[in-house]
Write a protein that binds this ligand. Structure first.
Ligand SMILES: [Zn+2]
Length: 306
């Protein structure tokens, strides 16, 4: 579908919510590749190079197929590709992920389901091997590469003439998930808040996101998301008390009890990113790094009177 700025949008289906993902084609550069399920119309689209915003399955999963269909080289962030290999290129990732969730208090049956799901899903993610690596300050066909960590540690944006190809960094109606995962950077929410501030400084005229409609007021949307996380940090802090609680228990208070196992996994990861930010702001304390990991309020004296 042709949009402004010479941007063509290819929308591909996803089996789960939000049920679609957008790829963009601009002057021979294809940004993102969908999940890689079924036939994508890449062969005839005039693609000279393929750029990946981040390694999540709905963006990188079709990269090998797109490269094979077009013969085009693939470009991906340096850190992002390292994480892509660690997650999709290793046999034991589901077990490592499960052990990590268990350490954060997730019950055994949910953890077992996570392992089964992980092994069922991984074969469908076909990323491109040995892409050309991009970093902050790289350029690609006239696009400036901007590192926007948070939703993924190595998330890239591509900026040219006020147009930002934004991946999932900024979405109009969804708050992009910001979770803490094994082997990820230690403070993804801190990274994300800084990336939102950076977006306000960059002030792109328009953002083309991975899901939903183009964003015409990126500054306002970035401010809304900053506020959303400020409120969520306060909510998370309020749940803390003098008792050691796991991230799983805290997620029950913050996100409620009625979630599917997949939703719970995102809720625990999101709770953890907020807890780790609170630890850095000295509003929470973590303990038990070797066994079950728990969090408490920092000290009774600092509690808000309420
Ligand atoms: Zn996505």
């Amino acid at each position: 579908m042709p949009l402004e700025d010479g941007v063509r949008r290819l929308t591909l289906p996803l089996p789960t919510g939000p049920e679609h993902v957008h790829c963009y084609l601009v002057d021979g550069t294809l940004f993102d590749t969908g999940l890689g399920l079924g036939e994508a119309p890449f062969a005839t689209a005039g693609i000279e190079r393929i750029a990946i915003t981040h390694f999540h399955p709905d963006h990188v999963g079709g990269a090998a197929a797109a490269a094979a269909a077009t013969g085009a080289p693939v470009f991906q962030g340096g850190l992002d590709y390292a994480q892509c290999e660690r997650v999709w290129g290793s046999e034991d990732w589901p077990e490592r992920m499960a052990a990590w969730f268990a350490r954060h208090g997730v019950p055994r049956d949910s953890v077992d389901e996570l392992i089964a799901q992980g092994h069922a899903f991984a074969p469908f993610v076909r990323y491109a091997l040995d892409p050309d690596l991009l970093y902050e300050g790289s350029t690609l066909a006239g696009w400036d590469v901007v590192e926007l960590p948070g939703h993924a540690d190595g998330h890239l944006g591509f900026l040219r003439d006020g147009v930002l190809i934004g991946g999932d960094h900024l979405l109009q109606t969804i708050s992009p998930a910001v979770g803490l995962y094994p082997d990820s950077r230690p403070d993804p929410l801190g990274d994300y808040l800084a990336s939102l501030e950076r977006t306000i400084e960059l002030a792109p005229r328009i953002v083309y996101p991975g899901h939903g409609e183009p964003i015409h007021d990126a500054t306002a949307r970035a401010r809304e998301l900053l506020e959303h996380h400020r409120v969520r940090l306060d909510e998370t802090e309020r749940v803390l008390n003098g008792r050691d609680q796991t991230a799983y228990e805290i997620s029950l208070s913050v996100f409620g009890r009625k979630l599917s196992p997949t939703e719970r996994r995102f809720a625990v990861a999101e709770t953890l990113s907020h807890l780790e930010r609170l630890v850095r702001e000295r509003r929470a304390a973590r303990s038990g790094a070797d066994g079950t990991v728990t969090y408490t309020g920092p000290s009774v004296g600092r509690r808000h009177p309420s």
